[in-house]
Write a protein that binds this ligand. Structure first.
Ligand code: DGY
Length: 327
């Protein structure tokens, strides 16, 4: 029988010491398999818990929230182990007086690093060249072997300059780039630091050599990039997405890449994740990686600690430090 005051469910084992900290004051049950918890099981597990730590792969819809809210004890917090929380029906959680929290800030630099890694890798065709070399096809230096595009001195367009978009912009300093950005709000820091210029979306599409996407997934950003955008982009331009897959119409992207409407794309996220539109995988001018933008040991451990701190605060009657709603 439990002696601890609170009951918390965690939908996956998290790296670092955070869950041990949680265990000091809570009964903690963790979904044991390294896969997304089946929806029906989540519906059961959320009942009679004070808190739950969820992943971006867990669909926390009204049914799950109501199951948690009607438990004994009723659910008090959903701590998402991600900065994005489009997997959660926040309005419904608020209606049921349940906090929702995320993990902003700690993954900013790690994610910005991977946006740059993808940008350099797609421009200089690194994965393609690596596959070639590994396959024993390298028969000697050639003036035309794997010609790519330069990054230095080019125009970088950033769509969405929150924390991560701004960190991507700041990294352009060493690359002598012209930086354009599109956002509803101006960002004085990147305007000052890298002389970034706020432009409308069409200008960004037409003038950028690299476009890096950093918007949250919302009804307004779903399929923000599709046929029309690709046709406005330069045929030599590259698209990088480390935000959320559905921001791009993936079928239309595959078509644009196949027909060389744009030069290439590097994707960490996918419209139907973990599925990837098959036409994309047939192409050489695309890089696909499995949603690893925040995947450094340090960052994933910090994200876990942040989720735990939010849970502990909520269970002790305090406002979680990074709550995304007010109750
Ligand atoms: C997030 O935190 O939203 C990221 O997508 C995880 O890598």
């Amino acid at each position: 029988m439990s002696e601890k005051k609170f009951k918390v469910y965690v939908t996956r084992l998290l790296p670092g010491p955070a869950l041990d900290v949680l265990r000091e004051t809570c009964d903690v049950e963790v979904y044991p398999n390294d896969e997304a918890i089946p929806y029906e099981e989540l519906l059961e597990k959320v009942k009679n818990r004070d808190g739950i730590i969820t992943l971006l792969t867990d669909k926390i819809d009204a049914q799950v929230i109501k199951a948690g809210a009607s438990g004994n004890p009723p659910l008090k917090i959903i701590a998402n182990y991600a900065v994005g929380y489009d997997n959660i029906d926040v309005a419904c959680a608020t209606e049921h007086s349940i906090y929702v929290s995320n993990t902003p800030g700690v993954l900013t630099n790690t994610t910005a690093d991977i946006a740059w890694a993808l940008m350099l890798a797609i421009a200089r065709r690194i994965p393609e060249a690596e596959r070639f070399t590994r396959a024993g096809k390298f028969k000697g230096w050639s003036p035309t072997l794997f010609l790519g595009g330069d990054v230095y001195g080019k125009t970088l367009g950033i769509v969405g300059v929150g924390r991560i978009g701004a960190a991507v912009a700041l990294r352009s300093k060493g690359f002598n780039m012209r930086v354009l950005y599109h956002d509803v709000r101006p960002n004085p820091e990147i305007e000052r630091e890298v002389n970034a210029q706020k432009v409308d979306m069409d200008t960004l599409l037409k003038e950028s050599d690299f476009i890096s996407i950093h918007v949250p997934l919302m009804p307004e950003t779903r399929h923000l990039f599709g046929k029309r955008s690709f046709e406005m982009m330069k045929p030599t331009a590259y698209l990088i997405n480390t935000s959320r897959g559905p921001v791009i119409d993936e079928e239309e992207l595959a078509e644009a890449l196949k027909n060389k409407v744009i030069a290439g794309a590097a994707l960490d996220v996918f419209e139907y994740e973990p599925k990837i539109v098959p036409a994309l995988l047939e192409l050489e001018n695309v890089i696909v990686v499995p949603h690893i933008a925040s995947a450094s040991v340090e960052t994933r451990s910090k994200m876990a600690m942040m989720a735990v701190e939010n849970v502990i605060a909520a269970l002790n009657g305090k406002t979680p430090p990074t709550a995304v709603n007010r109750i």
